[in-house]
Design a protein. Structure first.
Length: 305
């Protein structure tokens, strides 16, 4: 890449990190008035279906409907949306948004452990040490004796780690078994439709339907903003990975965590003791060491594999 391309792609990376980092405080705002997780999940699935259907239509991509594709949609809907987001919406009532952003940074460390269990990765001391740094960061956050400047319920923090586990399992599932030749937008559309089918009856039975109001109140605006940001930033992630390569694009993990803390301060007024920087430093060291070092290859145009 030329210096001009590096500068442009770096700006894209910063914008992506800032966008994804804002979704945790927005989730906190979305649950602030008592909306149930199933009602929030329903609208998240609806927004995902509408946006991904539009993208697929513009790209002239049809959604395959066959047994293998349906199985993929259902599995990814469960481990990538329904289960982790149910936990996320439930836990967001109790945990500060900045702490949620920090805890999500253990995803690549969980992914390494799962890859070892599946036989997809070989043991590497470098990555094992990175896992240790990640656990140190988690320990700093949940240790009752450590003052972070915000109340951190240990039980809810440990439950929230399940969200990171599901995301890590999702990435390993895709890496090991693939996406049946579908591009990311088709997969997201199919998974969003599957999630919508799963969550709608649960939402109706539990009485958690959220009726839109005009003008939209802040919690509904936060939910809408979070879903739209995620969809478009994910599309940008796919585009950047195709242009600049996976090694460069994966650095967005650091920016998401850092911006998550910044947005939590700006949107919610969350302030933390200096101890939080020890946890942040340990998490960053863990992410740096755990990330794989694949060989650089020529980037492919978006849509090719």
């Amino acid at each position: 890449m030329t210096s001009r391309e590096i500068a442009f792609f770096t700006c894209c990376l910063v914008i992506m990190g800032a966008g994804w980092g804002a979704t945790q405080p927005m989730t906190k705002l979305a649950v602030s008035t008592g909306y149930g997780p199933f009602g929030l999940l329903f609208w998240q699935a609806v927004i995902g279906v509408v946006l991904m259907a539009l993208v697929c239509a513009l790209r002239h991509k049809r959604l395959p409907i066959n047994q293998r594709a349906l199985r993929l949609y259902v599995i990814l809907a469960l481990i990538g949306a329904v289960l982790p987001n149910t936990i996320s919406y439930k836990v967001a009532v109790h945990l500060p948004a900045g702490i949620m952003s920090l805890l999500l940074s253990v995803v690549p460390m969980f992914a390494f452990m799962i890859a070892l269990a599946l036989g997809s990765e070989r043991f590497r001391w470098r990555r094992f040490i990175g896992l240790g740094f990640g656990l140190i960061g988690v320990g700093i956050i949940v240790a009752p004796a450590v003052e972070l400047g915000q109340a951190v319920p240990v039980g809810w923090a440990l439950i929230y780690l399940l969200t990171a586990f599901f995301y890590a399992f999702e990435s390993n599932f895709i890496a090991k078994w693939g996406t049946q030749g579908l591009d990311p937008f088709q997969v997201m559309l199919g998974a969003s439709l599957a999630a919508l089918v799963m969550i709608t009856p649960v939402m109706l039975v539990t009485g958690q339907m959220i009726r839109p109001e005009l003008p939209l109140p802040m919690p509904q605006l936060a939910l809408l903003g979070s879903c739209v940001i995620h969809a478009f930033i994910y599309a940008a992630y796919v585009w950047l990975a195709g242009r600049a390569g996976a090694v460069f694009t994966v650095q967005v993990s650091y920016l998401v965590t850092g911006f998550g803390l910044i947005w939590a301060r700006l949107m919610l007024g969350e302030a933390y003791a200096s101890t939080i920087w020890l946890a942040l430093g340990a998490m960053f060291a863990g992410m740096y060491l755990v990330q794989p070092r694949p060989k650089l290859a020529e980037p492919l145009p978006m849509g090719e594999s």
